[in-house]
Design a protein around this ligand. Structure first.
Ligand code: ZN
Length: 409
C-alpha cells in the first residue's frame, strides 16, 4: 500500500490529455510517455505476459496460484485525461488530516475548494486528500484506477497465501474521447469478465448506463422578399422552432435524473434557407429509447406533410445499456458487492447517466461493470481524491480476486 500514493503522484504529473480531433490511436503522442512507464513497472512488480500494442493498449497477467480451474477475470482503467481541461503541469497538493474547512487551491487566482459547495468533502474529514493547484485537472480519472490496479497486483504477488485464478489487467488510451474500447482486443485479453476501475466515490458499482443516439434535423427553406412572401416563403428557422416545440419540454437534462431519459438539443443554427438542429437522445430503457427515436421521425413526417417536404432527419446509434449483457451473468456484480460489504463498504448501485468503456466492452463480449476509483469532480480544477478511498479500491480488487476463486466451483 505504501507505494499507492507515490505511484499516483507519478502518473498524474505525466500529461496524457487525449484529443478528439486526432485520427490516430493513441490520439496524442504523450500518452506513450505514461504507457512506457507502466510497462516497465508491470515487469518490475513481477507480472507476466506484459504486452503493449501499436495503439498503446497495455495488457498483463498475474498467473493463477491454484490447481483448480477458476474463471479468468480482468481489471481495466484508462491512461488519458479529459480534453475539457488542462492536464499539463499538474501540481498535486496533499492535505493530511482534512479538517472539513475550505481548501485554498490557488491563492493568487482565489480558487477555493469548499465543502459549502461540494458537500461530499465533509465525509472525508480526518483523511488525506489530494487536490489540484487550481490550474489543471488532477487526473484521478482515471490514474487513481491505474495506481489501484497495479498496487493490488503487487499486493497479490507479495501475498501468495491469498488464492486467486488468472488475473488479467489492461490500460487503454483515449477513453475520454469515447475510443477507449475501440481497439481493445477482447480475445487477446481472454477474461471471462472484467471491471473498469473508473467510478467516482467509494462504494460506486455500476452495471447500467444510457442507451445513446445522436440526431441531426436538417430543414430546407425558401427565401423570398419579405414584402412579397405571402404563401411563398418557407422560413427554415420557423420550422426548426416548430420542430423543437413538439419535443417534450420537460424531458431535457436540466429537468431529469435517475432513470429518466431525455432529448438534449446542443446545437441550433439557422437562416431562412437552411436550419439545422443537433441533438442527442439518452434513455436507460430500450423501449423508451426506441420510442424517442420514433418521435423524431413522426414529427418530421408531420411537418413535412404540413410544409411540403422540407425536413430530413438522420439518427445514429452511439452506445447501448450494458445491463442486458451483465444481467445474464449477474454473479459478477454480486461478487463485487460482496467484496465491498466484507470490507465494510456500502455498495452504491445506481445507473450511470452516461456511457462507459465497460458498456462497449460488454457488447464486444466482455461483460464489464464499473467500480469506484475514489475521485470526485472529474474533468476540472476541483477534482480531488481521498487516499483512503484509493486504498479501499485496492482492497476491493484483491477481495474480488479472492472471492472469485473461492466461490466458483
Ligand atoms: Zn474515466
Amino acid at each position: 500500500m505504501e507505494k499507492l500514493l507515490s505511484r499516483f503522484l507519478d502518473y498524474v504529473t505525466t500529461d496524457t490529455q487525449s484529443d478528439p480531433y486526432s485520427k490516430t490511436t493513441p490520439s496524442t503522442e504523450k500518452q506513450w510517455d505514461l504507457a512506457k512507464k507502466l510497462v516497465l513497472e508491470l515487469h518490475q512488480i513481477g507480472l507476466q505476459e506484459v504486452s503493449i500494442d501499436e495503439n498503446a493498449y497495455i495488457m498483463a497477467t498475474l498467473p493463477s496460484n491454484l490447481d483448480k480451474k477458476v474463471p479468468t477475470i480482468g481489471f481495466i482503467s484508462h491512461m488519458d485525461t479529459s480534453p475539457d481541461f488542462s492536464g499539463r503541469n499538474v501540481k498535486p497538493q496533499i492535505i493530511k488530516d482534512y479538517d472539513g474547512t475550505d481548501i485554498v487551491l490557488n491563492k493568487t487566482k482565489n480558487i477555493v475548494l469548499s465543502p459549502s459547495y461540494f458537500e461530499d468533502l465533509l465525509q472525508y474529514q480526518g483523511q488525506t486528500l489530494i487536490t489540484t493547484d487550481g490550474n489543471t485537472l488532477l487526473g484521478a480519472d482515471d490514474k487513481a484506477g491505474i495506481a489501484e490496479i497495479i498496487t493490488a497486483m503487487e499486493y497479490l504477488v507479495q501475498h501468495p497465501e491469498i488464492k486467486h485464478g488468472k488475473i488479467r489487467i489492461a490500460f487503454t488510451p483515449d477513453e475520454e474521447i469515447g475510443r477507449g474500447a475501440h481497439k481493445f482486443d477482447v480475445k487477446k485479453f481472454g477474461a471471462d469478465w472484467a471491471y473498469t476501475m473508473d467510478g467516482s466515490q467509494v462504494g460506486e458499482l455500476e452495471y447500467e448506463n444510457f442507451n445513446a443516439a445522436s440526431a441531426k434535423i436538417m430543414v430546407k427553406g425558401k427565401s423570398v422578399h419579405p414584402g412579397y412572401a405571402k404563401n411563398k416563403m418557407v422560413n427554415a428557422i420557423s420550422i426548426a422552432n416548430e420542430f423543437l416545440s413538439l419535443l417534450p419540454l420537460r424531458e431535457v437534462p436540466e429537468h431529469t435524473t435517475g432513470m429518466e431519459g431525455f432529448f438534449h438539443v446542443h446545437k441550433l443554427k439557422g437562416e431562412i434557407e437552411k436550419a439545422q438542429i443537433d441533438l442527442i437522445i439518452r434513455d436507460h430503457d430500450a423501449e423508451h429509447f426506441q420510442a424517442r427515436k420514433e418521435l423524431l421521425v413522426n414529427i418530421t413526417e408531420k411537418l413535412n406533410k404540413k410544409h411540403g417536404d422540407c425536413i430530413a432527419v438522420e439518427i445514429e446509434d452511439q452506445y447501448r445499456n450494458m445491463r442486458e449483457k451483465v444481467e445474464p451473468v449477474f454473479h459478477i456484480v454480486e461478487i463485487a458487492q460482496e467484496a465491498m460489504e466484507s470490507l465494510g463498504i456500502e455498495p452504491i448501485i445506481k445507473p450511470i447517466r452516461g456511457g462507459t468503456d465497460g458498456s462497449q466492452l460488454s457488447f464486444m463480449g466482455l461483460p464489464c461493470p464499473n467500480i469506484f476509483a475514489g475521485g470526485h469532480n472529474f474533468h476540472g480544477k476541483y477534482e480531488y481524491v481521498p487516499l483512503e478511498s484509493m486504498e479501499k479500491a485496492v482492497q476491493v480488487i484483491v477481495k474480488i480476486c479472492e472471492l472469485t476463486a473461492s466461490q466458483i466451483k
